[in-house]
Write a protein that binds this ligand. Structure first.
Ligand code: SF4
Length: 408
């Protein structure tokens, strides 16, 4: 077993702990935001931004989600809808959160304003509305057009209007007037961090990849919760330096990898370690994913803030047509020298599961890259059969290796 470790992980833990502590300092008003919501706009008003999805991921990773889901089900939320939503609401109702045990917080921070963008799914609107009702606080939403092959100027114009509609509520709650210079500054920082994150992920185009998909799900914390800050930019500068040095010195997490895999869909948060060990024990490196790339917003432009934010947040992978998604995947297969793709068909996240309408078959036919679909869930492990998944993955990886041997 390799003793390869990413040393910057220690800094990441510190950065995340400081972020959570800051949420309770009382120094700033708190805005809740979806993970691909308008965080930059909120930060430009001086809000500290809290992301319930990050809490959902924590509930999944600590395997406490299943303790809380029944509580939300009792209130009328189906156990078959987004398990971030149900576990987060259940945890709130039970006043029991990993933020207490892991970060010494009292619980989730009380929102002064709640803002969402349905660019990822409609579920976030229902989820966030629960809290707006509970806390009796303002809630604002962006509802961009979905499933487009191409995002044109018409859509951008529409979404810009929706972004701007949020401003009066932000001004009222923050007590600050909108300031274009603040927005430009935050957007510049966000873009710088997001480009660094993109470079971090691309280090794994190296054949001896220095960061796996599973590592990526941990190191993406700051780009989700701290984008638009100097802290996030500094963090990814440090992480990138380490990974580039590893590439230059041929150090990677699985030097003997015989196959390279693309992970499509949500992580199975409660099984990250098990999955990581499963692939590495079969000499297979999971080097790229659509999930970790979701926080690359390379369209941001401080000189054209409204249009560029509207475009960047509307063009994200999850918000696009199947045709557009397939083009992106084809490009990544080549860039990362992918041998096979594993689709996680997540029971409770319809929007981020792309194996429901035959895409795996169509994409494999077009690219020659074999695919496997495993069923599971982001947080609710009752939908994940470990034994069955292990057998499917091991068989798939063996076949990939045999195919490569035959092709030699
Ligand atoms: S994208 Fe999926 S996991 Fe994320 S909030 Fe929406 S339904 Fe839940």
């Amino acid at each position: 077993m390799s003793d390869y470790k990413i040393k910057t992980t220690a800094l990441m833990k510190e950065v995340m702990a400081n972020y959570f502590k800051g949420l309770e300092s009382g120094e700033k008003k708190i805005a809740w935001c979806t993970s691909v919501g308008p965080a930059e706009l909120l930060r430009s008003f001086g809000f500290e931004v809290y992301f319930p999805e990050n809490h959902g991921a924590l509930l999944g990773a600590t395997r406490t989600a299943m303790d809380h889901i029944p509580e939300a089900v009792k209130c009328g939320y189906s156990g078959h809808v987004c398990s971030y939503t149900t576990s987060d609401i259940g945890s709130f109702l039970k006043k029991d959160s990993p933020l207490q045990t892991h970060y010494g917080m009292k619980g989730v921070p009380k929102p002064d304003i709640i803002v969402y963008n349905t660019n990822q799914c409609r579920e976030v609107e229902d989820w966030f509305s629960f809290y707006a009702d509970h806390f009796q606080c303002p809630i604002e939403g962006i509802q961009p057009p979905r499933y487009l092959d191409e995002v044109t100027e018409d859509e951008v114009e529409l979404v810009v209007k929706q972004f701007k509609r949020i401003i009066p509520a932000c001004e009222l709650v923050s007590g600050e007037n909108f300031n274009m210079e603040n927005l430009k500054k935050v957007l510049r920082l966000s873009k710088e961090a997001t480009l660094l994150w993109q470079k971090v992920l691309k280090t794994s185009t190296a054949m001896n990849a220095p960061i796996s998909f599973f590592d990526g799900t941990i190191h993406m914390g700051p780009i989700v919760v701290l984008r638009g800050t100097q802290v996030a930019k500094d963090y990814y500068t440090t992480l990138l330096a380490e990974l580039e040095d590893n590439v230059a010195n041929n150090r990677g997490f699985l030097p003997q990898a015989t196959t390279r895999i693309f992970w499509e869909g949500m992580p199975i948060w409660g099984k990250l370690r098990m999955m990581s060990d499963l692939f590495t024990s079969s000499n297979s490196a999971v080097v790229a994913s659509t999930y970790c790339s979701s926080w690359v917003f390379d369209q941001f432009d401080e000189n054209d803030p409204w249009n560029s934010m509207a475009r960047a947040y509307t063009e994200i992978f999850i918000n696009r047509s199947e045709k557009a998604k397939m083009e992106v995947l084809k490009k990544w297969f080549k860039e990362y020298s992918i041998d096979g793709i594993v689709y996680h068909d997540s029971k409770t996240c319809f929007s981020n599961s792309n194996a429901k309408f035959g895409m795996p078959q169509r994409l494999s036919k077009e690219t020659g890259v074999p695919s496997l679909v495993i069923e599971g869930d982001l947080c609710d492990l009752r939908f994940f059969s470990e034994g069955q998944s292990i057998t499917k993955i091991e068989t798939f990886l063996e076949q990939l290796e045999d195919n490569k041997m035959i092709a030699r």
